[in-house]
Every structure is written in C-alpha cells, then in structure tokens.
Design a protein around this ligand. Structure first.
Ligand code: AMP
Length: 395
C-alpha cells in the first residue's frame, strides 16, 4: 500500500483528489470546513517536501457550468486553513489549466474548478481522466468520501500514473482504521449498529458476523428483530418484510458464536415529537399508540457493560431519535461509554452517516479513536467491498 512516505515530492507536481464537497450558506461561505482541515496534512507534507499541489474536487451536483457550484467560493477558506496562498483557475482541464499547472513553483497550490462541471467526471470517462492526468507527476488520492465511486478523478485517472500513485494521509488513515476493526482488531471486537432501517444495514451485518464477538443492534432497527421474535412493538418503526431475515441473522450469529445484544427496554413516546408523553416499557410490551424512540435504562446499562469489556469497537447508527433532545440520551450515554472504553485503551471507530453527526453534536469527536469522513464509502467498506478508488491505487 503506497503512501506519501514512499515518495519524495521535491520539484514534483502532485495531482491530489481531495474531497472539498463542503456545505455553503446562501452567501457562499463555508459553514463546516472539516473536509478541508482533513486534507491539510497531505497538502502540507507535499509542500514541505518541496513539491507543488494541484487540488481537484467536486462540489455539489451541478448540471454543467453553474456559478453557484464554483470552487472559487471556497478558495479563501482553503487558504485560511492551509495558511498558504491558493491560486484558482476557471476550468479543470484544457490548455489554460495545463499552462497554469506547468508554471506552478515548489510550495505553490492550484485549485482546479469543479470536476462535475463535466459529466465525464461521474461517467468515469477515460479521455477526461487522461486530460486531468497531464496536470501532475504523481497522483495522490485523499478523498475517502468519494472512494466508493469509479469516477474519472477518483479511480480512472490512476491508470495514467503507473508506479506514481499513492494514498494521501487521510485516506491511508481511513483504510488503517477499518482494517483495525475488520482484520487486526484486538478481541473482544464489538460492533454497534443502530439507526432506522435494517434494510440499509443487512449486508454490513452479514459481513461483520465473521469478524466480531459481540453485536449490539439498537435504534429503530431493533424493533424488526423484536417483532420477529413475537414481541409487541406498538407503533414503533418496523420493516415487516425483513422479519424473516432478522431471524436468519440471529441464527447465523448463534452459529458463528457472536453474542447479539438487543435492547430489553425502551423509552416509548405517544407521539413522534420532542414534547410527547413518555414512559419506560419492556421492549416487547409496547401497546398500540406508543412507539420506542430511545434505549431504556436497562438496555443502556447492558450496553455499557458490553462496551467496557470490548477492546475494539465499531459504532454505526444512533440508539434513538437523537435529533430530538428528549430522545438523545441513549445515544449520548453510549457515546460516553465508548469514550470511557477508549480512554482505557480500546480502539473505537465511528463511521457512516448519522452516528458521525451525533458524535460531533455531542462532543465525542476527540474522545473516540477515529471518526470516519466518509458516509457511503464507510458503509461499503463495512459491507466488505473493495472501493474502486482504493483498488485503483493498489493496482
Ligand atoms: P441511519 O441513517 O439508518 O443510521 O438512521 C439514522 C436515523 O435513525 C436517525 O435519523 C434517527 O432519528 C433514526 N432512529 C433511531 N432510532 C429510532 C427509533 N427508535 N425510531 C425512529 N427512528 C429512529
């Protein structure tokens, strides 16, 4: 696995695929610079080697050239984060861009225009990728967020850099973290899967049953398992058509010696709103008119014990409707337990969608070992897929 350390970038132009798909407000100001900050170590390392950086990214989903999706809007923010001047150019391929790239001096940065102004980008067009490849000497992929896409700049372009391509430090860190859970994790290994739907997590569950010792199934998706086992779940969310699969998963887990932990109680609400009436109920005794919206006290205590026993922890998906303050406590307590286990030496990885939002919202970001920057890319990795953007560097 080639990383930045395998190259000396002195007098070299690095063509770096970053993920600068950041949120902007109505004045086109960056409202969350996490993705820019995450790319900083790679860019600075190359500049310190005496190289120059050509940064390429997409922003949003433009249809052709659309000013509101211009990467020029974010150039100032990139400059502030990096502390280095950032030159911009009005395109991402073509003669002018090639001339600008060619005149780049060591220590300088050029930010290309939005790759998705060309439909060839998402189509994975080879000619377009070849045009991009003319801009740099070494290709660096540091965009985990798009590594599951076989787009021109994330995957196809790598074909033109044989022996001259590597992972940036962010992408390398993401790969390492997943490996630490899925391959080399110290036992006992625990996966916590929460969130709304079983259907979106099935492939993950099936893949991780071979890797983990404990599996916590929490959040809304637990109700499909509870109902499948004959429990009364009232108005709780449930995917009836997935009930046979839920039973099958439990069978598989037993056969593979994986201990499955399903909540035993729940905070039930009489309405899907923050100021609904609530009561604590056994998870399989929820009357009609009530729905489970958060983990109950016994379940929280049980999950705490499992977390504290574990040496490797993967967390994907909240334990309740954490967006509503009244139903966030189960998720917060779980975050606290994971933080404590991490302090005691466990490795903890949080990844994929809403658990990342929860971790940030409740301030656990620095208390877990690693928070993944990729939603879909993380989920596909947990499903056991080799991401095209990663495979293209390894080839
Ligand atoms: P996912 O994207 O599958 O990880 O699901 C995240 C969503 O699951 C969040 O928006 C939560 O509000 C939701 N969720 C978690 N627990 C429940 C529950 N008991 N009932 C309804 N929605 C839930």
């Amino acid at each position: 696995m080639k990383t930045l350390n395998d190259f000396n970038f002195e007098n070299k132009k690095a063509l770096i695929r970053v993920d600068f798909n950041v949120p902007l407000n109505e004045n086109f100001e960056v409202t969350d610079a996490t993705r820019i900050i995450s790319a900083k170590p790679t860019i600075i390392k190359i500049l310190e080697d005496g190289g120059s950086c050509i940064l390429m990214s997409h922003l949003g989903r433009p249809k052709g050239f659309q000013e509101e999706f211009s990467l020029k809007h974010i150039a100032k923010k990139v400059e502030d984060v990096l502390g280095v001047e950032v030159k911009t150019v009005a395109d991402c391929i073509g003669d002018d861009v090639e001339a600008d790239a060619a005149s780049l001096q060591p220590g300088q940065i050029l930010l290309l225009e939005n790759l998705r102004f060309y439909k060839e980008e998402t189509a994975g067009d080879k000619d377009f990728a070849e045009k991009l490849s003319k801009l740099g000497d070494i290709y660096v992929n540091d965009a985990f967020g798009t590594a599951h896409r076989a787009h021109a700049s994330t995957t196809i372009v790598a074909q033109f850099f044989e022996g001259k391509k590597c992972f940036g430090s962010l992408l390398a860190q993401e790969i390492e973290s997943i490996k630490k859970v899925m391959e080399t994790g110290e036992k006992p290994v625990l996966a916590i899967l929460g969130g709304a739907k079983v259907s979106s997590k099935i492939t993950i569950i099936e893949n991780i049953l071979d890797k983990v010792d404990h599996l916590i199934i929490g959040g809304g998706m637990a109700f499909t398992f509870v109902k499948a086992q004959g429990g009364k779940i009232g108005n709780s969310i449930c995917e009836d058509d997935k009930m046979p699969l839920a039973l099958e998963i439990l069978e598989q887990a037993k056969a593979k010696n994986v201990q499955v932990h399903i909540p035993v109680d729940t905070i039930a609400a009489d309405d899907f709103s923050n100021d609904a009436n609530t009561q604590v109920l056994d998870i399989n005794e929820i009357p009609d008119g009530w729905e489970g919206v958060d983990a109950g006290p016994k379940s929280r205590a049980q999950f705490h014990d499992v977390v504290m026993q574990s040496k490797t922890i993967l967390w994907n998906g909240p334990l309740g409707v954490f967006e509503m303050e009244s139903f966030a406590n189960g998720t917060i307590e779980l975050g606290n337990s994971i933080a404590e286990a991490t302090k005691n030496g466990a490795f903890s990885l949080v990844g994929g969608g809403d658990s990342v939002a929860a971790v940030k919202q409740f301030g656990f970001e620095d208390k877990v070992s690693y928070v993944s920057t990729g939603g879909g890319a993380m989920l596909e990795s947990l499903e056991g897929k080799t991401l095209p953007g990663i495979a293209a560097i390894l080839e």
